[in-house]
Each structure stands twice: as C-alpha cells, then as structure tokens.
Ligand binder design. Structure first.
Ligand code: KG4
Ligand code: ZN
Length: 359
C-alpha cells in the first residue's frame, strides 16, 4: 500500500487529502480516501463577487500549513507515513498554485519522497474513476468556474476536447448572474436555492447556438439576465423575493436546456462511447444532474457524477490523479514549474516540456 498526500490551491479552496492505493480491483488501482480537508475562502471574496487572485494567494499562504496538519491528523498519520506528495501545478491562478506546489515540494524534499505536479482538470476528469469506477472511454462534461468543455476521455492521459465554451464558463455565468442580482459569491449554490422556489417558465431566456454543434456560449444568457433585472428596476420595482426566485429558476432552466441539448449531440457524435461523466463545481447542481441523467437514460448511456463534495475543488482528486501517475513512475522533478495554462490535451508526464509553461 502507498499513501499520497495531495494539495489543491489553484483557485479559492485550500485543500489537502490523503489517498491510499493498494493493489488492483476490476482493472483499476484500488484507492481509499483516508482524509479530505477543505478550507473554502468564500468569506474572503464575498465582497468582490468573484475570486481576487492576490487575496486568494495570501489566504493559501495562511491556510496551507494548518490544513495539511489537520488532514494528517484526520488520516491518523505522521508525515513520515506519506509515500508521495502531489500538488495541483496548473491550470489556475499562479499565486495560489505556487503556494501549493512549493509546500508539496518542500515536504517531498524534507522527507526524501517523490513530488508529483497534477493537472487540476485531470483531477476533475478522473474523480469518477475513484468514486464510481466509471469505465473508460467516457464522455466528460467538465463544468466549473473556469471551464466548460466536452472531453473524450479514452484512458488516463489520453484526452480530446471535442467542444467547449466560446466565451464564459458555465460556473462563471452562475457567478456573474448572482452578482448582478446582489446575491453574493459563489453564485451557483445560491441560484440553485432560489431556483427551487421559483417558476422556471416565468421568463424566456436565449439558448445561443441552440441548433448548431456542441460548443457553448453563455455571454448572451448572462446579458439577457442582466436586461431582465434592469427592466425590472426601470419600472421602479424592487427585486422582490418572487421575482428573484423566478429569474434564478428561469436562468437555471435555460442552462439545463443548453447542457442537455449539447450533451445529447456530443454523445451522438461518439456512438461507441457508452459512459457519460459530469464533473466540476457546477456538477454539484442537483437539477442539472437529474436532467443530464435523463438524457443518458434515453440514449442508453450510463451517467455518473462524483458526490457533491467532490464536484467542487478538493484535494482528493489531486492525491488520486497524482497516485495514478506515480503508478506509472511519473514523478515530477523538483525543478518543474507551476503553469497557469495547461490544457488537458497537453497532458504528458510532467518531466517533458508542457505547452504554455510560464513560470
Ligand atoms: O470546480 P470548482 O470548485 O472551481 C473551479 O475549478 O472553477 O467550480 C466552482 C464553480 C463556481 O462557479 C460555482 O458557482 C459553481 O462551480 N457551483 C455551482 C454549484 N456549486 C458550485 N453551480 C451551480 N450549482 C451549484 N450547486
Ligand atoms: Zn475545479
């Protein structure tokens, strides 16, 4: 058995986790989560309606040490029990990445154990292998604050993006719409709560690129939501609770329709693929999960999504993806870098040069 400690700090979560690997089961390494500790910086960014990179980096510096200590305690382990240290080394906000990467490298150095730089998107992409044992190949819909893309996952390390957003990520659209209604940050869970009490048919919002392809566009939807709010205000009306709930429900409904239309089309473009995975922070939305599951049932494709706490950023996915790479002896040199841009297609053992490496 070997135990990997993972650190996540690419955005506004400071997280640490220990995952233990032992032998093989159904053709995949058997893995068990021993600890999962997450500090969410929502309070720090609340007043700004989005993540402020400088504030995020400083919060990671403050929290990474205590979070790693808590994580080891939760796992009932000493530092010396850990066999390898993994950290998200990209993509993400450089200031935050550098904190996690430097911390993991330091732990690797003082213990003489390997360090593994992990691609955050690969972490999201592989979580369902750990939690649901989803067989590959599968079609992944990765929906988060920074990403919205369809990825054909053939095997670990073999990824092809077959469609994606032309402008905003879907999580970003949730966050921006919540901000313009003064609802706080992050917008996704808040809009979901209001939507539960609203009428999804109250307002008709546009579905850009509805009849065409598998790419997304969310900026028009965001603008339409803004216009609704402005029209309401121009009439001298307050954004009362009912209106707020109805706008949230209509927005969420339009996102659901967009994702289902595109997912159906994406699955039909890959007739040999029989498994669908929904991952990333927006995958925590229960209504969206339900809608996409229905599409899969109709197309006779299995649907999986990680448990809600492993949809949003966490370090379980980092320790797990790092462990899978370690199995192939893919350690990263301590001289390897954090890289803010790191498309999944460029996934290679981190020893080789990566496109877009900038620091
Ligand atoms: O994966 P994640 O934690 O961080 C990134 O890698 O971006 O995703 C965060 C995003 C935010 O935009 C947040 O509003 C959205 O996921 N989100 C949700 C829900 N929970 C988080 N969106 C819709 N419904 C939710 N329940
Ligand atoms: Zn993420």
């Amino acid at each position: 058995m070997y135990k990997v400690l993972g650190i996540e700090s690419s955005c506004d979560e400071t997280a640490a986790s220990v995952v233990a690997f032992s032998g093989m089961e159904n053709g995949a390494p058997k893995a068990e989560v021993l600890a999962n500790t997450v500090y969410t910086q929502h309070q720090e960014h609340l007043d700004y309606g989005g993540v402020v990179p400088e504030i995020a980096a400083r919060a990671h510096v403050d929290k990474v040490g205590p979070i790693v200590t808590t994580c080891l305690k939760e796992a009932g382990l000493e530092l010396s029990d850990i066999d390898a240290f993994a950290a998200t080394s990209g993509p993400g906000l450089l200031g935050g990445l550098l904190v996690g990467v430097s911390y993991a490298k330091t732990l690797a150095m003082v213990t003489g154990k390997p360090y593994i730089g992990v691609n955050h998107l690969e972490g999201h992409a592989l979580t369902c292998k750990l939690t649901n044992n989803t067989p590959m190949p599968y079609l992944l819909l990765l929906v988060s604050g920074g990403h919205c893309q369809f990825i054909h996952v053939r095997e670990v390390g073999d990824y092809e993006t077959i469609g994606g957003t032309l402008d905003d990520a879907v999580g970003e659209a949730f966050d921006k719409v919540a901000k313009l209604m003064g609802l706080g940050y992050p917008g996704g869970p808040i809009i979901e709560k209001h939507a539960e009490k609203g009428d999804p048919k109250a307002y008709k919002l546009p579905i850009p690129l509805k009849d065409k392809g598998i790419d997304f566009s969310f900026s028009g939807l965001k603008t339409a939501a803004r216009q609704l709010v402005m029209e309401h205000e121009a009439e001298g009306k307050d954004l009362d609770e009912k209106t707020l709930n109805d706008i949230c429900a209509s927005f969420q409904e339009t996102v659901a329709q967009t994702l289902t239309i595109k997912s159906r089309r994406a699955l039909q473009s890959l007739p040999k693929v029989k498994h669908f995975v929904l991952a990333g922070g927006v995958a925590a939305n229960k209504m969206l999960r339900g809608r996409l599951e229905k599409v899969c049932t109709v197309l006779d494709v299995t649907f999986s999504a990680p448990p809600l706490n492993l949809c949003t950023d966490n370090a379980v996915m980092v320790a797990y993806a790092g462990g899978l790479r370690l199995i192939n002896d893919e350690k990263s040199p301590l001289s390897s870098h954090a890289t803010p841009r790191w498309p999944l297609e460029d996934m290679k053992p981190p020893q080789r040069p990566m496109k877009g490496q900038s620091s």
